[in-house]
Design a protein around this ligand. Structure first.
Ligand code: 0L1
Ligand code: MG
Length: 243
């Protein structure tokens, strides 16, 4: 299969919400090819009028990296159409099997420096059956990126050990700490710079850097008020619906 064919399969699965077999089930795929597939998928989105809104990191927690048997982070791209307003609505019916993670986001300045921080929610949704994939598969699938929600921006202070709660309808469903994001979410910038240089991502002024998850991802169903609270940074929320 060509890079274009692999990107088209993933793009189709995103549009229909129908899971596909892992791309690597029909043969091995190098990390370089996987990132080429990811970029082709973003090009398809740009061809439909979407614009780049930022980048995201995955596998930023030691536990997740160990679970996947990997020793480095992965990088994906965010577009404007993936963004849901704080307090807005996300249609779970559009996805395959969406999950949510509480995160920390940074806004980049003109020289791709960190200028502001916000609590964030990332909705991830693997396009592969049973949410199962190899490293190359998930990279090709734009690191499972589906949607993101940003809370209020504030000036950056110490963010290395802030308590994080994920709540569904006011009940805590997961707790963690920003320390689980690379030991300190500020490390997301050098990690993103390194990955962007290696794999051709753009760190644009004014764009967003989703630093990584502070807890494991939790499955979403319709009709839920989902909120992340990050101590000292405030909260961010989204409501899920179906159809
Ligand atoms: O944003 C993330 O941490 C997810 C990275 C991809 C792995 C997954 O889908 O769980
Ligand atoms: Mg994430």
């Amino acid at each position: 299969m060509t890079i274009e064919e692999r990107a088209a399969l993933l793009d189709q699965a995103t549009a229909t919400g129908e899971a596909i077999p892992q791309l690597t089930s029909s043969g091995p795929m190098s990390l370089e090819t996987a990132y080429a597939v990811q970029h082709k998928g973003i090009e398809l989105r740009e061809g439909r009028g979407e614009t780049l809104a930022g980048v995201k990191l995955g596998f930023t927690s030691k536990a997740k990296a160990e679970q996947m048997g990997v020793s480095d982070v992965i990088i994906g791209s965010l577009t404007d159409r993936m963004r849901v307003e704080d307090g807005g609505t996300f249609d779970v019916g559009r996805g395959v099997h969406p999950r949510v993670e509480p995160e920390v986001a940074f806004r980049l300045g003109p020289d791709a420096e960190l200028v502001a921080v916000a609590p964030a929610l990332e909705i991830i949704d693997s396009r592969y059956r049973e949410f199962r994939f190899s490293l190359a598969d998930v990279v090709a699938d734009n690191t499972s990126a589906s949607a993101f929600v940003l809370g209020p921006w504030t000036k950056i202070g110490q963010v290395d050990a802030l308590a994080v709660d994920l709540l569904f309808d006011g009940e805590v469903v997961a707790t963690g700490s920003t320390a689980d994001i690379l030991g300190d979410p500020l490390r997301a910038l050098p990690a993103a710079q390194r990955m962007a240089a290696a794999y051709g991502h753009r760190l644009l002024g004014g764009s967003v850097l989703l630093a990584g998850a502070a807890t494991a991802a939790v499955a979403l169903k319709a009709g839920t008020h989902v909120e992340a609270r990050v101590a000292g940074l405030g909260s961010v929320s989204v409501r899920t619906k179906e159809g």
